[in-house]
Design a binder for this molecule. Structure first.
Ligand SMILES: [Zn+2]
Length: 251
């Protein structure tokens, strides 16, 4: 027992390394796991980030060597992923499943609005160029909140439950979640998906107020609230990751 007290303080945990290969640099996140027997690399398509899991007692040197040895593989993986799309003039972004071209209208009044143009549906942005990306993001979040609040209210009334607060997030791991305290969390990116997908997520989270799990009983409630549950799940499985391509990433 005494030895415990004499142990030197542990070196600070390094959670990220940078690897250079063929003129490119990659940031690799390190995750030590008690259950890991070996070093494993993963490139997540949603966020384009690189994760190296390693044994709890593995060395930083081995981790770096492993990542450097497989830097070519990382590069090839990233190259195959769809390119991120910045919210800038001329870029195309989906809104409720419909592609919109971003058009800068510096002189016009208003902030962001939609309009039909000869090139198709457009998301028009006024003001100065450096603010375009933020304004588009703010607009999409406002629209997401409006659609989600309406959908949650509708499903909650049918299910006979009353969620308290709706919070928008930008998580890559889940589209929605709910807490025991009655809060509902959703990814604002659902506004990019076809409307039935957003509607489904609202129904799914509301159904968790009836069953806080994914039991058959829960799915029964989800299907009752939203008959197209399977179709929406399939859409998210096939296209969900692509929604993370658009706009600025969270810092
Ligand atoms: Zn769920």
């Amino acid at each position: 027992m005494l030895r415990l007290f004499q142990r030197r303080p542990a070196a600070p945990e390094i959670t990220e390394i940078e690897v250079f290969y063929a003129g490119e640099s990659y940031r690799v996140a390190l995750k030590r796991m008690a259950s890991s027997r070996r070093y494993t690399l993963r490139v997540r398509s949603a966020t384009r980030d690189i994760l190296l899991t390693m044994p709890a007692k593995g060395s930083l040197k081995s981790a770096r060597e492993f990542a450097e040895r497989h830097a070519g593989w990382i590069g090839a993986k990233l190259a195959r992923l769809p390119r991120p799309v910045a919210f800038s003039p001329g870029a195309r972004t989906p809104l409720r499943g419909v592609e919109h071209i971003i058009v800068h209208r510096p002189a016009q009044r208003g902030v962001v609005w939609t309009e039909m143009t000869p090139e198709g549906p457009a998301l028009c942005v006024s003001g100065e160029a450096p603010h375009i990306s933020r304004r588009v993001t703010d607009f999409l979040k406002r629209e997401a909140r409006r659609d989600l609040e309406a959908a949650v209210d509708r499903h909650a009334a049918r299910a006979g439950v009353s969620p308290k607060r709706l919070v928008l997030r930008d998580t890559s791991s889940r589209w929605g979640s709910c807490s025991h305290r009655g809060n509902l969390n959703f990814s604002w990116r659902l506004i990019l998906a076809p409307s039935f997908v957003l509607d489904y997520l609202a129904a799914h989270e509301v159904a968790h107020f009836v069953h806080m799990n994914h039991s058959p009983a829960f799915w029964k409630v989800a299907h009752r609230l939203f008959p197209e549950t399977d179709r929406a799940e399939q859409w998210l499985k096939a296209h969900g990751a692509s929604l993370h391509r658009f706009g600025a990433k969270k810092p």
